[in-house]
Design a binder for this molecule. Structure first.
Ligand SMILES: *Cc1c(COP(=O)(O)O)cnc(C)c1O
Length: 393
């Protein structure tokens, strides 16, 4: 089975570019140029150099001995938590800012919910000396003070979105409006494998460095490039897409996607899109999303800000629909316990997003020699308040 995007931006039934007429020239400029730019030797050289010297790649593939004993399989952790800024998101923002500069853009906009993508964007704008405006819902600004201040320290302007529920979707609307009004000098950096084509494919390509490294690192460690399982959490799905990318067509490798079930999938407080969602259009692409009978987006809930999203990227909708990936969902409670477990067994405090992937190990059935690679998407520093509030450690 080929899991590749077609030239209109579809993965099976999902994807495409559902955008207002006014946005068409911006998205079309990107679509026409992204493959040739990221294929240029000079682009690849600069991207690889920054990933190595600035982000700290390759990130280790760590054999987790005590975790392996606990779950009775050979478990390796891909340490994206060791990336500069503490998560995988910077792989994508580096790629997109290099692309933006080659398109002659001088200004960058982004939207952010919890602030993680905003910080990763503000970081690369500081690195390159480009102006940065990050749209953020007024409610989120109040909830996420440390990340707001991080962005400001890095020199970004954080603009409050004051309409609607004053959260991520309103920030996205404001960013779109800004882009429509400033098409010539501005690039819009989207932070996951979501949005209109070519964003999902472009972001997946930038994150594919994760599975590119897993292949040779696992070969060194186990004598084979192919694990039996790759496990990753899915918010929009960029860390998962990166970890799966070079294995998509290899049926020997089982792809495991883990969504956030919040307080439980039947509680009305969940973010498990493949359980609760139906096909529809979200942020410019056709995908699965949580919606009411008349098509209004349902507010998702998860303890983890990075998984608190009402949809998934179209590649994941397709992986679900085709059966290529298996989807699990994990509650707040299960994720928090898994976060503490990893801290105690391996001395690694994970991001609560990544703790969802860890918790899924407890739902899976392994044979003793199974090789599992778990993508540890981020570190827990940003989540210390949440760990403290939860309190049971
Ligand atoms: C943002 C984030 C996620 C979720 O985003 P994806 O696009 O699904 O990867 C997961 N883990 C961490 C640490 C994050 O910061």
């Amino acid at each position: 089975m080929k899991v590749a995007v077609d030239n209109r931006g579809y993965y099976g039934k999902f994807g495409g570019a559902y955008i207002p007429e006014m946005l068409y020239p911006n998205v079309e400029e990107l679509r026409q140029n992204y493959l040739s730019i990221i294929g240029e030797e000079s682009f690849k050289k600069e991207f690889d150099h920054l990933l190595k010297t600035y982000v700290g790649r390759p990130t280790p593939l760590y054999f987790a001995q005590r975790l392996s004993e606990k779950f009775k399989a050979k478990i390796y952790l891909k340490r994206e938590d060791l990336c500069h800024t503490g998560a995988h998101k910077v792989n994508n923002t580096i790629g997109q800012i290099l692309l933006a500069m080659r398109l002659g853009k001088q200004k960058i906009i982004a939207e952010t919910g919890a602030g993680q993508h905003g910080v990763a964007t503000a970081t690369v704008c500081a690195l390159m000396g480009l102006e940065c405006i990050v749209y953020m819902g007024e409610v989120d600004i109040a909830r996420q003070k440390p990340n707001v201040e991080r962005m400001r320290i890095l020199g970004a302007e954080v603009r409050p979105a004051k309409s609607g529920s004053k959260t991520l979707k309103d920030a996205t609307n404001e960013a779109m409006r800004h882009w429509i009004n400033n098409p010539v000098d501005t690039h819009y950096i989207i932070g996951s494998v979501v949005g209109p084509h070519p964003y999902p494919d472009m972001v997946a390509r930038f994150q594919s460095v994760i599975s590119q490294e897993i292949k040779w690192q696992l070969k060194e460690a186990e004598g084979t490039e192919n694990p039996d399982y790759i496990v990753a959490c899915v918010g929009g799905g960029s860390n998962a897409a990166g970890a799966y990318y070079h294995y998509l067509d290899n049926k020997d490798v089982n792809l495991i996607a883990v969504e956030a079930a919040g307080l439980g999938n039947n509680s009305g407080e969940s973010a498990a899109t493949t359980v609760l969602g139906r096909p529809g259009v979200l942020h410019g692409s056709k995908t699965l999303l949580m919606q009411t009978d008349d098509g209004q987006v349902v507010e998702p809930y998860s303890i983890s800000a990075g998984l608190d999203y009402p949809g998934i990227g179209p590649i994941h909708a397709h992986l679900f629909d085709s059966g290529r990936a298996q989807f699990y969902s994990v509650t707040d409670e299960e994720a928090m316990k898994a976060g503490i477990l990893l801290s105690r067994l391996e001395g690694i405090i994970p991001a609560i997003e990544s703790a969802h992937a860890l918790a899924a190990l407890g739902q899976m059935d392994f044979s003793k020699d199974d090789v599992v690679v778990l993508n540890l998407s981020g570190r827990g520093d940003k989540d210390l308040e949440t760990y403290i509030k939860w309190g049971r450690y």
